[in-house]
Write a protein that binds this ligand. Structure first.
Ligand code: HPA
Length: 277
């Protein structure tokens, strides 16, 4: 008997293939909060709204457009998610990671993930870009349930969640463009609340540099399928753990801060992708 979950992946992939019969993406891209602008740089593009793709959820998060975009970036074929699905929107994890599995079915060789995150590392400032070197996942693992052997092993290795070679390439590209980068560990919680001061302190204590509400499920799904991953967090707020009277975290500020880092992000990602084979 076929696995209904595999059927859902295949149906979505077939739908996309019907629209773009010669589709051959090298890189899959997930554009997070406020980072959707990069999608507009994709040339010769075909835009497919999530709402038209079988089994895709609807993007409800602020700053998430809800389009799958295929075309050329840095001269290479890419398929980008302009907006992602979050667990806090109420979707089961299978639906959160469905697009990653569909992109894999369509043939991606690399996955690039991006997000807006709160900086808990004291050295991080609003607008900084952080290369994700590792993560701490506290969302439900998307691989829970009967393993889909067709996709990957029951117990996937996570020793190299983010690809070392890709990190080195990113650092080189950043240096050549005069863009300074931080590096660090991304902590994923469920959201949708921002953290309490004690939680920010705790995450710093256990080794996190930035905190967000996404990304790790997608990375886990990609690593399950042995797809190399690279990721960048835009630091959109600095963790306030001093109970300051005059400060509050705000979703619109987060999207605005991510928007203002778009230029740097666009240069980095476009150049890096142009160097991938
Ligand atoms: N916490 C969680 N998610 C976030 C934050 C934060 O401080 N900033 C942007 N996304």
């Amino acid at each position: 008997m076929t696995d209904i979950r595999l059927e859902r992946i295949n149906q979505a992939a077939e739908y996309v293939k019907n629209i773009i019969p010669d589709i051959k993406p090298l890189v899959g891209i997930v554009l997070g909060s406020g980072l959707g602008k990069l999608g507009e740089l994709i040339e010769d593009r075909v835009v497919i709204p999530y709402s038209s793709i079988p089994n895709f959820a609807i993007s409800t998060a602020v700053g998430h457009k809800g389009n799958l975009i295929y075309g050329k970036l840095g001269g290479k074929n890419v398929i980008a998610m302009q907006g992602r699905f979050h667990y806090y929107e109420g979707y089961p994890m299978e639906q959160v990671v469905l697009p990653i599995r569909v992109m894999s079915k369509l043939g991606i060789k690399y996955l690039f993930v991006s997000n807006a995150a709160g900086g808990v590392n004291f050295d991080f400032k609003v607008g900084d870009l952080m290369i994700i070197t590792d993560h701490i996942n506290t969302l439900p693992n998307p691989l829970i349930g009967k393993n889909m052997e067709e996709l990957g092993p029951r117990f996937p290795d996570m020793t190299r969640p983010y690809d070392k070679k890709l990190i080195q390439m990113l650092e080189k590209v950043a240096a050549s463009k005069g863009i300074s980068m931080k590096k660090g560990v991304y902590y994923a919680g469920t959201g949708p609340t921002y953290e309490t001061p004690a939680e920010y302190r705790y995450f710093r204590l256990i080794g996190a540099d930035a905190v967000g509400m996404s990304t790790t499920p997608e990375v886990i799904a990609a690593r399950h399928m042995d797809i190399p991953v690279m990721g960048i967090s835009v630091i959109t707020n600095e963790a306030h753990d001093d109970y300051a009277e005059d400060y509050a975290n705000d979703g619109d500020d987060v999207v605005a801060a991510a928007n203002s880092a778009a230029e740097k992000m666009n240069i980095l990602v476009t150049t890096l992708i142009s160097e991938l084979e």
